[in-house]
Design a protein around this ligand. Sequence first.
Ligand code: ADP
Length: 245
Amino acid sequence: MMTVNIANKSYYRDGAAAAVIQDLAFEVKTGEFLAIVGPSGAGKSTMLNLIAGVDTKFDGRISHSNSNTGSPKLGIMFQEPRLMPWLTLLENVCLVSDSPNSTLTAVRAEAMLNTVGIAASSAQYPSQLSGGMQRRVALARALMSEPDVLLLDEPLVSLDQPAAMELRQLLLTVWQKHKFTIVYVTHQLEEAITLADRILFLSATPTKIIREECIDLPRPRQLLDVDALRISLCDREGLLSGRLG
Ligand code: ADP
């Protein structure tokens, strides 16, 4: 179980502290697929950075109750694939390892590229790939740490629909096999409903949770399921703009 408790996260603007997140608290069960939906600028990336430990300047605590070491392994995938253009796909994936040049790392990276379906392209460079394939590399790289918790920050943004659908299916397949916990930030309600066990809707800043929905539908989910569910999600526009109180 991961417990997120952010009492306050502020940034300094014009010499004064402006609260982006205040009293945001929620739990994520081990192995759960949690989606977080909120308007642009709500503080979703800020929150993921706090969970990832990239930013430690906040009041509050992120804790993991059933991790053996107390600090679980985290994987992260950003909006942009952030691949190094001068490295091959294999080298890009190896890069996140403590020993990027070891044979063992190369073997593991090759296995991860295989998991995401692009091992045959491992000697290619990012510029030779489509956007969808680049995201696959980014996913392979995020999986290198064998994460307990995978954090995804709008990872499929700007992909065309077929590529995004393929990648969503791939992510579900990998998640169902490896059973890690997922926190998936998106601004697309349909994406959240198609993927997640539960959705938290965030308000505009200072961010708070305005609604929680459990998605109790079997996978793979069809668009018809999504349409049926959307009826129960009253005031869709309000939820997506973070204005429901
Ligand atoms: P979201 O991911 O929901 O779009 P962000 O977490 O990126 O939102 O940003 C939330 C708010 O915090 C925005 O108003 C943004 O301008 C501000 N912000 C984000 N990062 C910084 C920073 N490093 N310094 C100052 N303000 C920031």
